[in-house]
Write a protein that binds this ligand. Structure first.
Ligand code: SAH
Length: 345
């Protein structure tokens, strides 16, 4: 069955037309699905019972059930383990900032990219998420917490550009004024650097923020932790970012996870500054989160601050990302793996 929540507005209109129904029905149904976030046709109270039965025969509605929930005592960060309709698990994190609530959304069950420091790839790749499943993460969290989410970061499990079409549809649906009405400017897409897809994204011309998981100033270091670097090297990634900026005028960000003795030296900072010279961008420095199975060690506070100062002294915009949800394993991928392990026993 087709997931009706994963249709674009146009696709939904066409489906409704094929059922010989008047066009306003598509608007009604779209609002129920995307604004109200219903997970059953019976909740669509202004639609007749007979029509609901017709819809039930043809469509399903994707949803996220809360399997586990962890609330940080330190900063109110909430982490969810959601169960999808087919029994797969994904994770989402809600963070509270001064400007509102941000959700970190998963785009795939697992991940193929194999980054050495990341928990999401440990349990392997299972499947892409439908756009409706990405959106359901927002609906489920909003309902549970009684809040409105205003910002989205596609930084949960998975590589969003490896699920390109569904991610684009998700962005358009959450942006729709008859849906969650989230501004494109408040949506950030994070990628490990799939250059071919960065160009495809550029052509979509969406005013979202693109952020690149760079984590190293050169190929030698980057290839050690990120297998994708053997396909698209640092210079190629940086060129695509410059092209992206020139076409969209949207400033690109770089994430740089600092790992002790791997990528946190003075030379590393100087090399990074040199590569980014003259490029209007922003660097987010992130002290690596300990993932039990990974054994990476965080850079010392001093090393992180030194790195920051070197970048700044060379004219590069850079900040250190505040760590949220430290007490609840808020970096994604860890809960799904634990759940899988417990179910195998
Ligand atoms: N696949 C996408 C988005 C998901 S990961 C990407 O690679 O960008 C979101 C961010 O968290 C990425 O920058 C990723 O490199 C980073 N990350 C993964 N594991 C981490 C860890 N243990 N500590 C700190 N950051 C981590």
């Amino acid at each position: 069955m087709t997931d009706i929540k994963s249709l674009s507005k146009e696709e939904l209109k066409n489906e409704i037309k094929e059922l010989n129904l008047p066009a306003f029905r598509a608007n009604q149904i779209y609002k129920w699905l995307h604004k109200e976030g219903v997970s059953s046709f019976d909740e669509m109270t202004d639609i007749s019972k007979s029509l609901r039965e017709v819809l039930k025969e043809k469509f399903s509605i994707s949803s996220c059930e809360i399997e586990d929930k962890y609330v940080s005592k330190l900063d109110e960060t909430v982490k969810y383990l959601f169960r999808l309709n087919d029994g797969e698990y994904i994770e989402s994190v809600i963070m509270k900032y001064k400007y509102g609530y941000t959700i970190c959304v998963s785009s795939q069950v697992g991940c193929k990219m194999g980054c050495k420091f990341c928990a999401s790839t440990l349990a392997g790749f299972k499947r892409n998420l439908l756009s409706g499943e990405m959106e359901s993460q927002l609906h489920a969290a909003q309902k549970d917490l009684g809040i409105r989410i205003s910002h989205i970061v596609l930084m949960g499990m998975g590589e969003p550009l490896d699920n390109f079409d569904n991610v684009i549809k998700f962005i358009r649906n959450v942006n729709n004024e008859n849906g969650l009405n989230i501004s494109m400017r408040d949506i950030t897409l994070s990628t490990c650097g799939l250059v071919d897809k960065i160009y495809l994204l550029m052509n979509e011309n969406l005013p979202i923020t693109l952020t690149i998981s760079l984590h190293a100033p050169n190929d030698e270091i980057r290839s050690k932790t990120m297998p994708i670097n053997d396909k698209y090297g640092v210079d190629e990634v940086l060129k695509s970012c410059r092209d992206y900026y020139n076409k969209t005028s949207r400033r690109v960000s770089f994430e740089y996870t600092l790992i002790k003795d791997v990528n946190d030296s003075r030379e590393n900072a100087l090399e990074l500054a040199k590569k980014l010279k003259g490029f209007n961008c922003h660097v987010n420095l992130i002290p690596v989160n300990d993932v039990e199975e990974r054994g990476n060690v965080r850079s010392s506070e001093k090393a992180v601050n030194n790195f920051l100062e070197i970048l700044k002294s060379k004219g590069i915009n850079a900040t250190i990302r505040r760590t949220l949800g430290k007490d609840i394993n808020a970096s994604c991928g860890q809960l799904r793996r634990k759940k899988q392990e417990s179910e195998q026993i």
